[in-house]
Design a protein around this ligand. Structure first.
Ligand code: SF4
Length: 553
């Protein structure tokens, strides 16, 4: 060792230290092509190019510089009061910010709330950000998440940083990343559940946030876990759908893959049974096979479904097992999964814990003002444990309410303008953002959904819950194909004008009623929607037998 000015004892220590560093250097080296972060993405792109393909602009952007390394560009633009141009916007979405012009000359910010479960103090923080930096409200999404709208250019990075301050960093909630993980909202409080999914969701959420090489997928990716219980999470509409089942060996998750109902496909059965402790490594292996095999040259065919179409389920599973280095156990004969009741997310329900209840709250199509957000936080804290659980039905639950507090919390919700009573129509009424905030929408879905419910409720008394979903375009954020009545935005000719309307689909379903709805009528004008849907519901009530649900009609 050259003379460094250290005494012999210090030099010995340094030699040992350097030897340790050398030893660790070996363990950090990639074991094979594709295991190092940049290599996996670049190798997949190189293969696409070598096969004669041309990378789409989004792939080029990822190739030039990792979008997570472009935060400073985002903040510099914001400081100049500028919104991003299209490919810059793609990069910004890695940080949770979406430019939503021309529908709104503003950013939208999508949060990341694992399993949809929040604390009251976080909800207050969300309200403060909505008030200071956005439109003064937040929308509950169909991924049990929240979104801000009307964020001025200069406030975009501030929203992201303030969300980080309250533990809700929105990293990867847009672009080609893994979206908010959904899971049973009654986890840990549901008498019927097989497993409390909260620790698994938390572990998976942090694994994703801390695995930089999982932020370079071919396309967006959805993961959902159902632990059983009373509330549907629509897990079969996700790329990875994990459903708890009881086996002789204990509780396992049935693994289904490739759900994408906008492309009319539910997640298909793989026959694999995943032990709870294997959820994170198996999801990780699936994601890495998708990174290696997904299409980089055609955005329309870049989702997992198309990899499964090409490789077959067994071929894909084999590649996952190769990554894991071991076979996945297959399902033996099992009890079927516990299937929740329709609209189990609304109204008052007893918890697993004696004497405690949870209350399903209906929101006006997901929109919550800052006053309502703060009011909900106060009610959850005063009458419950301070826990708020968002659902994929654009609604929420307040949990851990002692029986004596039920009247107080119900009247508190009424004062806030929020509902808690079961409603056969509003309980399953879901609408995407629509053209008030999304450039793709052919119609104002939220307004038309509210008008439809106002029209129907005084005219028909349904004795069974019905799901009505309005979605503004083929992206199908409100999943019109799995609704009893699914409405897809369309332009309708009236005289010399084009007005807003919908294509009408009937008979979709999820869970035990899993089915893709069929198109029964095209181009119903928005102002004719009420009478058309009413006559459909009346005909269904007249024609069905006692036990028939809507999807069998
Ligand atoms: Fe926008 Fe289409 Fe999604 Fe509706 S379904 S929010 S219109 S992208």
């Amino acid at each position: 060792m050259p003379d460094t000015g250290f005494n012999p004892e210090q030099q010995e220590y340094l030699k040992g230290f350097m030897a340790g560093v050398e030893a660790r250097r070996g363990s950090l080296a990639p074991a094979s092509e594709g295991t190092a972060p940049a290599d996996a993405l670049r190798a997949a792109q190189d293969r696409a190019i070598a096969a004669g393909g041309k990378l789409v602009p989004q792939e080029q952007a990822k190739r030039e510089k990792h979008p997570l390394d472009r935060w400073d560009e985002l903040t510099a633009r914001a400081a100049a009061g500028r919104f991003p141009k299209p490919i810059e916007d793609f990069v910004g979405r890695y940080h949770g910010l979406f430019y939503v012009g021309p529908a709104q000359d503003a950013f939208m910010c999508r949060l990341r709330i694992p399993g949809g479960i929040l604390s009251a103090w976080q909800l207050r923080g969300i309200a403060d950000i909505a008030e200071d930096c956005a439109g003064g409200y937040a929308d509950v999404t169909t991924r049990a998440n929240l979104q801000y709208r009307e964020i001025p250019a200069a406030k975009g990075p501030e929203v992201v940083m303030r969300l980080g301050d309250i533990g809700l960093l929105p990293r990867g909630t847009g672009a080609d990343n893994i979206r908010n993980i959904t899971a049973s909202p009654t986890a840990g409080i549901d008498a019927a559940e097989l497993i409390d999914t909260r620790p698994l969701v938390r572990a998976l959420h942090h694994h994703i946030l801390h695995s930089r090489d999982l932020f370079g997928l071919p396309r967006k990716f959805n993961i959902s876990l159902s632990g059983g219980g009373a509330v549907e999470v629509l897990q079969e509409t996700n790329d990875i759908a994990l459903t708890a089942i009881e086996m002789a060996e204990g509780i396992r998750f049935r693994l289904n893959l490739g759900g994408i109902t906008g492309h009319r496909d539910f997640a298909r059965e793989t026959g694999a049974a995943i032990a709870p402790e294997d959820v994170v490594p198996v999801c990780d292996a699936i994601l890495r096979v998708f990174i290696a095999e997904g299409c980089r040259t055609d955005r329309a065919r870049a989702r997992l479904k198309y990899v499964l179409d090409r490789m077959g389920v067994e071929g894909f599973l084999g590649a996952v097992e190769d990554r894991l280095g071991r076979p996945l156990p297959r399902l033996a004969a099992t009890n079927p999964p516990v299937m929740p009741a329709k609209h189990g997310h609304v109204g008052l329900h007893a918890q697993r814990q004696p004497g405690l209840f949870y209350l399903g709250v209906t929101t006006p199509l997901g929109r919550l003002t800052t006053a309502q957000l703060r009011g909900l936080a106060d009610l959850a804290e005063r009458h419950g444990s301070g826990t708020i659980r968002l659902t994929v039905w654009q609604n929420l639950l307040i949990s851990d309410i002692p029986e004596a507090s039920i009247p107080a919390i119900q009247s508190g919700l009424t004062r806030l303008g929020l509902g808690w009573q079961a409603s056969a129509i509003r309980g399953g009424l879901v609408a995407c953002t629509g053209n008030a905030g999304c450039k793709f929408a052919a119609a104002n879905t939220k307004r038309h959904a509210a008008e439809l419910a106002d029209f129907l409720e005084p005219r028909i008394a349904l004795d069974a819950p019905v799901n009505i979903h309005l979605t503004g375009c083929h992206h199908s954020c409100a999943q019109h194909y799995i609704a009893d009545i699914g409405l897809l935005g369309a332009k309708v000719e009236r005289g010399e004008d084009m007005i807003e309307g919908y294509d009408l689909h009937v008979g979709g379903g999820s869970g035990p009623e899993q089915r893709i709805g069929r198109l029964v009528r095209k181009q119903v004008a928005h102002d004719e929607l009420g009478p058309v849907v009413l006559s459909l519901l009346q005909a269904w009530q007249r024609g069905r037998s006692e036990a028939e649900s809507f999807h069998l009609w």
